[in-house]
Design a protein. Structure first.
Length: 158
Protein backbone atom coordinates (compact mmCIF):
# COMPACT_ATOMS: atom_id res chain seq x y z
CA UNK A 1 0.00 0.00 0.00
CA UNK A 2 1.39 3.39 -0.89
CA UNK A 3 0.73 6.41 1.28
CA UNK A 4 -0.14 6.60 4.92
CA UNK A 5 -3.33 5.70 6.70
CA UNK A 6 -5.47 8.46 8.13
CA UNK A 7 -8.16 7.78 10.73
CA UNK A 8 -11.22 9.99 10.99
CA UNK A 9 -14.50 9.80 12.87
CA UNK A 10 -17.23 8.48 10.65
CA UNK A 11 -20.53 10.17 10.05
CA UNK A 12 -23.32 10.19 7.56
CA UNK A 13 -25.06 7.72 5.35
CA UNK A 14 -22.04 7.10 3.08
CA UNK A 15 -19.92 5.87 5.99
CA UNK A 16 -22.75 3.71 7.29
CA UNK A 17 -23.15 2.18 3.81
CA UNK A 18 -19.39 1.50 3.77
CA UNK A 19 -19.65 -0.30 7.15
CA UNK A 20 -22.52 -2.44 5.91
CA UNK A 21 -20.80 -3.29 2.63
CA UNK A 22 -17.35 -4.10 4.02
CA UNK A 23 -18.71 -5.84 7.11
CA UNK A 24 -20.84 -8.16 4.99
CA UNK A 25 -17.92 -8.89 2.63
CA UNK A 26 -15.63 -10.03 5.46
CA UNK A 27 -18.26 -11.51 7.77
CA UNK A 28 -17.04 -15.06 7.16
CA UNK A 29 -14.02 -14.36 9.39
CA UNK A 30 -16.49 -14.43 12.31
CA UNK A 31 -17.59 -18.00 11.63
CA UNK A 32 -16.24 -20.60 14.03
CA UNK A 33 -15.48 -24.19 13.10
CA UNK A 34 -17.35 -25.19 16.26
CA UNK A 35 -20.57 -23.50 15.12
CA UNK A 36 -20.59 -23.60 11.35
CA UNK A 37 -23.10 -21.25 9.77
CA UNK A 38 -24.04 -20.08 6.33
CA UNK A 39 -22.78 -16.73 5.14
CA UNK A 40 -26.39 -15.54 4.81
CA UNK A 41 -27.09 -16.35 8.46
CA UNK A 42 -23.95 -14.55 9.64
CA UNK A 43 -24.81 -11.53 7.46
CA UNK A 44 -28.17 -11.27 9.24
CA UNK A 45 -26.38 -11.46 12.60
CA UNK A 46 -23.96 -8.73 11.44
CA UNK A 47 -26.87 -6.49 10.42
CA UNK A 48 -28.48 -7.00 13.84
CA UNK A 49 -25.18 -6.21 15.58
CA UNK A 50 -24.75 -2.99 13.59
CA UNK A 51 -28.31 -1.90 14.44
CA UNK A 52 -27.60 -2.62 18.13
CA UNK A 53 -24.37 -0.59 18.00
CA UNK A 54 -25.94 2.41 16.27
CA UNK A 55 -28.67 2.48 18.95
CA UNK A 56 -26.03 2.90 21.69
CA UNK A 57 -23.27 5.38 22.50
CA UNK A 58 -20.70 4.53 19.89
CA UNK A 59 -17.97 5.90 17.70
CA UNK A 60 -17.28 4.96 14.12
CA UNK A 61 -13.65 5.27 13.08
CA UNK A 62 -12.84 5.10 9.38
CA UNK A 63 -9.37 4.38 7.97
CA UNK A 64 -8.59 6.12 4.70
CA UNK A 65 -5.60 6.23 2.42
CA UNK A 66 -4.11 9.63 3.18
CA UNK A 67 -4.85 12.18 0.53
CA UNK A 68 -7.22 10.02 -1.53
CA UNK A 69 -10.27 9.51 0.65
CA UNK A 70 -10.23 5.80 -0.26
CA UNK A 71 -11.80 3.98 2.69
CA UNK A 72 -9.74 1.01 3.87
CA UNK A 73 -11.48 -0.16 7.04
CA UNK A 74 -13.47 0.73 10.13
CA UNK A 75 -13.94 0.13 13.83
CA UNK A 76 -17.27 0.37 15.62
CA UNK A 77 -16.46 1.30 19.21
CA UNK A 78 -19.01 1.14 22.03
CA UNK A 79 -18.63 3.58 24.92
CA UNK A 80 -21.50 2.37 27.11
CA UNK A 81 -20.85 -1.34 27.48
CA UNK A 82 -19.33 -2.00 30.91
CA UNK A 83 -17.38 -5.14 31.68
CA UNK A 84 -19.91 -7.86 32.53
CA UNK A 85 -17.98 -9.14 35.57
CA UNK A 86 -16.81 -5.95 37.30
CA UNK A 87 -19.38 -3.56 35.81
CA UNK A 88 -16.50 -1.10 35.27
CA UNK A 89 -16.53 1.15 32.22
CA UNK A 90 -14.57 0.17 29.15
CA UNK A 91 -14.29 0.88 25.48
CA UNK A 92 -15.44 -2.11 23.47
CA UNK A 93 -14.49 -2.84 19.88
CA UNK A 94 -17.80 -4.24 18.70
CA UNK A 95 -16.63 -4.84 15.12
CA UNK A 96 -13.57 -4.12 13.04
CA UNK A 97 -13.02 -4.79 9.35
CA UNK A 98 -10.28 -4.01 6.84
CA UNK A 99 -10.58 -4.23 3.07
CA UNK A 100 -9.04 -7.57 2.01
CA UNK A 101 -6.60 -5.81 -0.36
CA UNK A 102 -5.42 -3.55 2.49
CA UNK A 103 -4.93 -6.26 5.13
CA UNK A 104 -1.48 -6.71 6.69
CA UNK A 105 -0.52 -3.17 5.69
CA UNK A 106 -0.97 -1.34 9.00
CA UNK A 107 -4.64 -0.40 8.61
CA UNK A 108 -5.84 -2.56 11.51
CA UNK A 109 -3.01 -1.34 13.71
CA UNK A 110 -3.89 2.30 12.94
CA UNK A 111 -7.57 1.67 13.69
CA UNK A 112 -6.79 -0.02 17.00
CA UNK A 113 -4.41 2.79 18.00
CA UNK A 114 -7.11 5.38 17.21
CA UNK A 115 -9.71 3.41 19.21
CA UNK A 116 -7.29 3.24 22.13
CA UNK A 117 -6.57 6.99 21.96
CA UNK A 118 -10.28 7.81 21.77
CA UNK A 119 -11.08 5.49 24.69
CA UNK A 120 -8.40 7.24 26.76
CA UNK A 121 -9.85 10.63 25.78
CA UNK A 122 -13.23 9.45 27.11
CA UNK A 123 -11.51 8.46 30.37
CA UNK A 124 -12.15 4.76 29.85
CA UNK A 125 -9.69 2.54 31.75
CA UNK A 126 -9.67 -0.39 29.30
CA UNK A 127 -10.36 -1.35 25.72
CA UNK A 128 -11.78 -4.81 25.11
CA UNK A 129 -12.94 -6.94 22.21
CA UNK A 130 -13.90 -10.48 21.31
CA UNK A 131 -12.39 -12.49 18.49
CA UNK A 132 -13.19 -15.89 17.04
CA UNK A 133 -10.53 -18.41 17.99
CA UNK A 134 -10.24 -19.52 14.34
CA UNK A 135 -9.34 -15.98 13.21
CA UNK A 136 -5.61 -16.37 13.76
CA UNK A 137 -4.60 -13.26 11.79
CA UNK A 138 -6.87 -11.05 13.93
CA UNK A 139 -5.68 -12.65 17.18
CA UNK A 140 -2.06 -12.00 16.16
CA UNK A 141 -2.87 -8.37 15.31
CA UNK A 142 -4.54 -7.85 18.69
CA UNK A 143 -1.64 -9.48 20.54
CA UNK A 144 0.85 -7.21 18.72
CA UNK A 145 -1.32 -4.24 19.74
CA UNK A 146 -1.01 -5.25 23.41
CA UNK A 147 -4.33 -7.00 23.98
CA UNK A 148 -4.19 -9.82 26.54
CA UNK A 149 -6.50 -12.80 26.91
CA UNK A 150 -8.62 -12.08 29.98
CA UNK A 151 -11.36 -14.69 29.60
CA UNK A 152 -12.25 -17.51 27.25
CA UNK A 153 -15.67 -18.45 26.05
CA UNK A 154 -15.82 -22.22 25.76
CA UNK A 155 -18.42 -24.05 23.72
CA UNK A 156 -19.46 -27.68 23.68
CA UNK A 157 -21.30 -28.76 20.54
CA UNK A 158 -24.36 -30.85 21.41
Amino acid sequence: MTGTVEIRRGHGIDDRAFVTDLGRRVVETSISAIRPATTALVEVAFDRLVAFIYARQHELLIAERDGTGQRLGFILLLRDMPDEVTNLEQGFVAYMAVEPAAQRQGVGTALLRAAEDLSRAFGLPALSLMVTEDNVAARELYARAGFLTERRMMTKPL
